[in-house]
Design a protein around this ligand. Sequence first.
Ligand SMILES: CCCCCCCCCC(=O)SCCNC(=O)CCNC(=O)[C@H](O)C(C)(C)COP(=O)(O)OP(=O)(O)OC[C@H]1O[C@@H](n2cnc3c(N)ncnc32)[C@H](O)[C@@H]1OP(=O)(O)O
Length: 219
Amino acid sequence: MTVDAQPVAEKPDPAEYGFTVVPEEQIPAELSALVDRVRSLMDTAAHTEAAPEALSAAADAVAKAEEMLRGDRRPIGTMVRSTYSDGGTEYGTITNGVSGPVNPLAPPIALDKDGEGLRADFTLNGLYEGPPGLVHGGWLAAVLDQALGSAASAAGMPGLTANLDVDYRRPTPLNVPLEVRARVTGTERRKVFVSGEIRHGGEVTAEGTAIMVRLELPE
Ligand SMILES: CCCCCCCCCC(=O)SCCNC(=O)CCNC(=O)[C@H](O)C(C)(C)COP(=O)(O)OP(=O)(O)OC[C@H]1O[C@@H](n2cnc3c(N)ncnc32)[C@H](O)[C@@H]1OP(=O)(O)O
């Protein structure tokens, strides 16, 4: 494989291309607490066997809370700027479905540099269920897609996924500690080749490779 794609000297700042960028440290603690609470509520609602009266009362209470929040809505496409433990900067959408810090649907997964690429510890609860007691394969693919894309970006080559291949090696249980790792394996013109795995108890349960095509940014 030809290795001829060079990392960009400095990661492009989305603010220079018209995107709103929120520094992660400026996300209000109250918003983070709300998102955590909603995440917990989703799990509780998905699994509750409470009586109908309790369900109705809870739905009313949630509707009231929603009414309080409805006024000001952040535009889609808002970005967040975060910092890796080595001081490196990363950008992503603030509501990214896998790792967005204000998205209650995001598990969450906080990727960080580990030397060869990126890694994160995470847990997927019953909201991510596919087969009984096991994680849905689509969610495993989503986690891999994010980790692989972020690995390319962390290496200075942000892009879009053109192709993603996933092999499911073993069932991945819910509610247990999982680990995801990803790294760049090669480059060819705008293509960035990446690979990664999800492990439980040290054993690979799912692994994937992807081709990220680097963004072509206007001068
Ligand atoms: C921001 C920081 C963090 C980022 C993390 C992101 C994680 C999440 C990642 C995602 O989920 S991205 C969302 C899902 N992906 C998409 O929506 C992409 C949709 N597809 C496209 O927009 C275009 O097809 C794409 C940008 C990928 C490529 O179109 P281009 O017109 O820019 O490129 P072109 O077609 O000229 O291809 C460039 C090279 O890639 C190759 N290529 C394109 N599609 C391919 C494919 N499907 N498989 C293999 N190779 C492919 C193509 O052959 C060529 O190789 P060569 O340089 O060797 O000629």
